[in-house]
Design a protein around this ligand. Structure first.
Ligand code: FES
Ligand code: MG
Length: 606
């Protein structure tokens, strides 16, 4: 009986599945013996336990409607695993939803990535399927998976369907913002805003526009980690369940090629270049830039080879092709019906690295050849050809200058007043979100339509957790003004728009940040053409103000950790976060989690 071999002290314990990571007790046979004791408590027999073990990460939660289809997905994915000879075992990690994670879901993304990494490493799984969807979930899972470096297959929960109000299609969350702004401006009455609230998220699933969740889903497909249809099939569709079943089957196939299908082997610099090309072509969320940098900086062979400058360079060559909100007019289910990522990848083919590998072992070129796509009128409307784009190039641009030596991001394609893209104006400065809330709608605010609105203290350290407060509302006294140049060290929702400069680095929470010393009336200059963000102050003036700031922080007894202004040292996760989070251009990851962690840590701590 083969099963007895596990207890034969003369034979070494080797193999995968339940036999992985048997380090406890200094007696591997006993460790395996004990493991079997406990797994048998769950009713598994020897035959089941001899199969490749496919771990399935369950991120379902009553507080996460974006993952509200997880029970059905779980059934379909397990069917895919078990019909193909694997053993599916599910386990939980934490779950993050945008609206139910305080202070921000971004604050908790790194915690989720650590949870994901350690659970993948700790448990005896050969391959992992990671079910996720909401904005920070997929980035956290990819960061954790790259670091854990066991084969993984992401399974996205999928976008929700659009709703309908008085004959108009509406959907989270671009229309959440538009309609709330209309209500604030007095253009919608209270009954209408109530009715709209009922319809903005009419099914489970992720936000149905090209926000962060959809962007990260498209990027995951572009990285070759899942089927193309896995990016767009609606959460409530049968197509989504078939993707789940297929993912289960593919996971079992991967289990026979463990060494070759590790994330650090599959993912190359070229895979990430493809992902950035897709990001630009879909006019994706600015948040994806931070997440991509965090994922890239977890990869020992790719870290340092891609920077914000790379994102800008790729943007210059890549047109915006997808007509989806917030840059265009449509919803994710339309993108799916138009051919989704398969159609887009065929369209982008001349710009892509076709040698990049997929989790299936094929190259991108082979996958595209095996799955042809013939455009039709509706698909061409949603997924424009390269020679008839929605926006010619550079949907997302990177800015540098004395105000952002570490870089800043602007979604040029989402600007509502293009004259603001080459612009100079005086700053109106808000020190933090409380200051903004107190004064933005005040009649006394010294602001004109030519002003540049500045919000500090919403960077990675600042709030903490880099809230999506970068879309500073237009002051009520400027009623009728549709767009203004706005600057912050924070983020904005992928579903928002305007001439909004984000992720300014170093953030104001770093003691020598030029952004941190801005004052009312300072002249700010943005030049899209030159990719420049400047304040009209000399280096000497900036240095003098930094010294002044240091002195005033000392007077207020504000503690510094290296260059970070952290106030009183906090306990627990918050303390860890504030003293370890790196800057936006590095991914706002913890410095000790990156592939080159020690180096980054030195820079900020000295
Ligand atoms: Fe989860 Fe938008 S709130 S994807
Ligand atoms: Mg969002």
């Amino acid at each position: 009986m083969d099963d007895l071999q596990d207890y034969d002290l003369n034979k070494p314990v080797t193999g995968t599945g339940l036999r992985q990571g048997l380090t406890s007790y200094g007696d591997t046979h006993f460790s395996l013996f004990l493991r079997k004791v406990f797994i048998k408590a769950a009713g598994y027999g020897e035959d089941a336990l001899a199969r490749p073990i496919i771990g399935i990460i369950n991120t379902g939660s009553g507080f996460n409607p974006c993952h509200g289809n997880i029970t059905q997905l779980m059934e379909a994915v397990k069917r895919g695993v078990q019909l193909n000879g694997g053993l599916a075992i599910e386990f939980p990690t934490i779950s993050l939803h945008e609206s139910f994670a305080s202070p921000t879901s971004m604050f908790l993304r790194n915690l989720m990535s650590m949870d994901t990494e350690e659970m993948i490493k700790a448990q005896p799984v050969d391959v992992c399927i990671m079910i996720g969807g909401c904005d920070k979930t997929v980035p956290a899972q990819l960061m954790g998976a790259v670091s854990a470096n066991k084969p993984v297959l992401p399974l996205i929960t999928g976008p929700m369907m659009p709703g309908s109000f008085k004959g108009q299609r509406i959907g989270a969350c671009t229309d959440c913002r538009n309609n709330w702004a209309a209500y604030r401006a007095g253009d919608l009455d209270i009954e209408d805003i109530y009715g709209i609230n009922e319809e903005l998220a009419p099914t489970v699933g992720t936000c149905g526009v090209m926000g962060t969740a959809s962007t990260m889903a498209c990027i995951t497909a572009a990285l070759g980690l899942m089927p193309f249809g896995g990016a767009t099939a609606p959460a409530v569709s049968s197509a989504r369940m078939r993707v789940a079943e297929q993912t289960g089957a593919e996971a079992v196939a991967v289990a026979s090629k463990l060494a070759e299908r590790r994330p650090q082997t599959i993912l190359s610099r070229e895979s990430f270049i493809n992902a950035i090309t897709v990001l630009q072509a879909i006019g994706g969320s600015t948040n994806a830039v931070v997440h991509l940098m965090a994922i890239i900086n977890r990869h020992p062979k790719v870290a340092g080879t891609i920077t914000l400058r790379t994102i800008d360079e790729i943007g210059r060559k890549t047109p915006l092709l997808i007509d989806l909100k917030p840059s265009g007019d449509n919803y994710m289910n339309d993108f799916h019906n138009a051919g989704g990522m398969l159609a887009l990848m065929h369209t982008l083919r001349p710009l892509l690295h076709l040698d990049a590998l997929a989790i299936t072992g094929e190259t991108l070129g082979q996958r595209l050849d095996a799955n042809p796509f013939k455009p039709f009128p509706f698909s061409l409307q949603l997924i424009r050809p390269l020679d008839n784009p929605l926006y010619p190039s550079s949907a997302l641009v990177t800015l540098y200058g004395n105000l952002a030596p570490g870089g800043a991001i602007l979604k040029a394609a989402a600007s509502k007043d293009r004259s603001l893209l080459e612009y100079e104006g005086p700053a109106v400065v808000f020190e933090n979100t409380a200051d903004l809330a107190a004064r933005i709608d005040s009649e006394d605010l010294d602001v004109s339509p030519n002003s540049v609105l500045v919000l500090k203290s919403i960077g990675p350290i600042g709030n903490p957790g880099m809230p999506e407060a970068g879309v500073i509302p237009i002051p009520r006294k400027l009623k009728g003004v549709k767009d203004m140049l706005r600057l912050s060290d924070g983020r904005m929702s992928g579903t928002a728009g305007g001439t909004i400069v984000l992720h300014i680095s170093p953030e104001s929470g770093i003691v020598d940040s030029a952004f941190g010393i801005l004052r009312n009336g300072d002249m700010i200059r943005l030049s899209l053409k030159n990719r420049q963000l400047e304040v009209r102050l000399s280096d000497e003036e900036i240095a003098a103000r930094v010294e002044e700031r240091k002195a005033s922080l000392q007077k207020q007894n504000m503690a510094l950790h290296g260059k970070r202004i952290v106030g009183t040292r906090k306990r627990g996760y918050r303390g860890l976060y504030e003293t370890s989070v790196n800057q936006a251009e590095e991914g706002a990851d913890f410095d000790f989690m990156t592939a080159n962690g020690a180096e980054t840590f030195e820079q900020l701590s000295n």
